[in-house]
Design a protein around this ligand. Sequence first.
Ligand SMILES: [Zn+2]
Ligand SMILES: [Zn+2]
Length: 369
Amino acid sequence: MIKIPKICKAAVLEEYGKPLQIREVPIPEVEAGGILVKVELAGICGTDVHQQRGDLTIKSPLPNIPGHETIGRIVKIGDGRTKDVSGEAIKIGDRIMWAHADCGECYWCEVARDPVLCAKRSGYGFGPPAALRGGFAEYEYVTPATKVVRVPDELTEEEAIGVGCAFRSVVAGYERFGGIGFQDNVVIQGAGPVGLYSLLMAVEGGAGKTIMVGAPKQRLELAVKWGADHVIDIDEYKSPAERSDKICNLTDGRGPEVIIECSGVPAAFNEGLGMIQKGGRYLIMGQSSPAEVSIVPSILTSKCLTVVGNASAAIPHFYKALQFIKNKRTKYPFADIISNKYPLEQINEALANMEAGKEIKPVIDNRGR
Ligand SMILES: [Zn+2]
Ligand SMILES: [Zn+2]
């Protein structure tokens, strides 16, 4: 029998633009169907930096516990919850990951069958401390309405953690996009975790040349390990024109058939529209800022382009991303996505390093506490 404390430590955002505070918060009672987990690893995301600054499009009420990419080890399960989303049994001691809770009864859930668009999605990493629904804590509470997936036993937490946000979103984006064509040349804009997992899916999806555009060197080195045929360092190729020329030369003068935008930089959209091949297809996954850029819409018609956007994911995408890692783990060093591990008490240092561009995927490591 695992002894569960009444309180635990959590990093709480109390004021926008200020450091998170380590506080003691109560651990909620586990309802029927609910799950209490001990947080093992919690990924830190660019979104957490924006959340701390208070410049997300949707502001979360204060105070809250951030952290939405968690691997948790089950310490208590409420009555009635016996399986994960694939039908596999779950029990105390198993590791799980989980999606935002969708309502299952709105138009988007029931008619459109696209729970990513659920009108009443209830997220993790944005809730009040009493709900204990953020990863930057010692424990986290998974509600009865939340679907979970069991992390396969053979995977280390380091290999699996990227599924918590970037990889599941990439799987969802690829599904919405309809995948890539055999031997399509693919340019990936942005070498962060979303770009790196997009690269993997292009390589495994039958791409011709894969060309990663981004920085810094550390990320581009991982891109090469993960199968990029070419990397273009934006610190060396500083202007869009230099990058487009280089890519045009690499793609027989026609430009790429597919571009995957994972940079989050609004101007990247115009750069992509300029270089993409006629008849090309453009998947947009990095954009989250309300900033505006002007475009010439007739480029879409004159080049006969297909543009698809995607944000976030649902539980099937978590499951498939974990299966991918399980099936390919001898081929790719998945754990290399982790650039640094920090104890919970150093959350502010981790966020600062993330903001300064010194990280690929930093994590809060609670194992052994
Ligand atoms: Zn994230
Ligand atoms: Zn819904």
